[in-house]
Design a protein around this ligand. Structure first.
Ligand SMILES: [Zn+2]
Length: 316
């Protein structure tokens, strides 16, 4: 009840409608029981194609805590972005980003990651979208290219001139200057007439050499990928065969994320279900999208699914 009152106070509108919505007996506010998890795990056995949409919560069990919430909300990150924009490539910005990279290095996929990987192995995974930049999905053996990193990946750097130029981020090596792909092209300029005098050519090409930056979305940056995510998802034509969407470990506070799951839900096949797996209740903004709210940790949920697979394999 204390929680209920606090919630009402927070939601300052406190209209009659909202009070009605918040019924203390509301099951969606009770932690998921073992029975509920088992039932859902059994339901998932029969799903043809599953889409998984994840956030920071699925990586906390791996010991990655620095990305709680959108990491961009970190005030230090905001400051560092300013440094980056001022072309201060050398010091604080890279110290900060390198620290983040170091925190992710050596971390292993969680039970929930293993569950997603298992769906793929069982030919049940349609796609996975993650807001995480830790790249733990890359350490799963069966995901292949069925992953979209909505906020980019911390394990690689990209070129400021050409986003297709990627370089592994092997922190710390301390040299994050010019883009090696550009430099390679500079050494062997493609098909130009050979009669350009050398000094002129080098200055022209120097203009074309980009600098390295993290391949992630930074605070305050335009995020065309995220803003147009609905369109991207429609173009991927994922949904027609998909009959389940699992939204896990994300608070869904970012508008682009809501847009993404709305698009996904709209395209699911008849009789499909949307599952919510989180320690927090479903936010009101997406309540209409959720069929099965499960208040639980993503690890507990993952374990229930893995247990069901074990039971199934021993029963055969
Ligand atoms: Zn480049």
């Amino acid at each position: 009840m204390v929680k209920a009152r606090a919630w009402l106070q927070r939601e300052t509108a406190s209209s009659l409608v909202e009070q009605e919505l918040f019924d203390p007996a509301d099951l969606s506010d009770a932690p998921a029981t073992a029975d509920m998890l088992q039932t859902v795990a059994r339901q998932l056995l029969n799903k043809r194609q599953i889409i998984v949409f994840t956030g920071a919560g699925i990586s906390t069990a791996a010991g990655i805590s620095c990305f709680q919430g959108p990491y961009n909300a970190n005030p230090q990150a905001r400051m560092m972005l300013e440094a980056f924009q001022l072309n201060n490539f050398e010091n604080d910005f890279w110290t900060f980003i390198t620290e983040l990279r170091q925190q992710c290095k050596g971390k292993r996929p969680t039970v929930f990651h293993r569950m997603i990987d298992g769906f793929s192995q069982r030919q049940q995974l349609k796609w996975t979208f993650t807001q995480n930049i830790d790249g733990l999905e890359r350490l799963c053996g069966h995901l292949g290219d069925k992953v979209t990193y909505l906020h980019g990946r911390l394990d690689q750097l990209r070129c400021t001139k050409n986003a297709a130029h990627k370089t592994a981020f092997e922190a710390p090596n301390g040299v994050y200057g010019e883009c090696p792909v550009c430099i390679e092209l500079k050494t062997e300029p493609p098909g130009d007439s050979g009669d350009i005098v050398k000094p002129r050519r080098s200055s022209r090409i120097r203009d074309q050499v980009g600098r390295l930056r993290p391949d992630i979305v930074l605070y305050g940056e335009d995020t065309p990928e995220a803003d147009s995510i609905g369109e991207q998802i429609r173009n991927m034509k994922l949904a027609p065969q998909a009959d389940a969407l699992i939204i896990a470990g994300t608070s869904m506070t970012i508008a682009a994320a809501r847009n993404a799951v709305e698009t996904l839900k709209a395209g699911l096949s008849e009789g499909s279900e949307v599952f919510w797996v989180n320690l927090q209740r479903v936010p009101k903004s997406i309540e209409h999208l959720i069929d099965v709210p499960l208040l639980t940790s993503t690890e507990r949920f993952g374990n229930a699914v893995l247990d069901m697979w074990r039971q199934q394999s021993t029963a055969v």
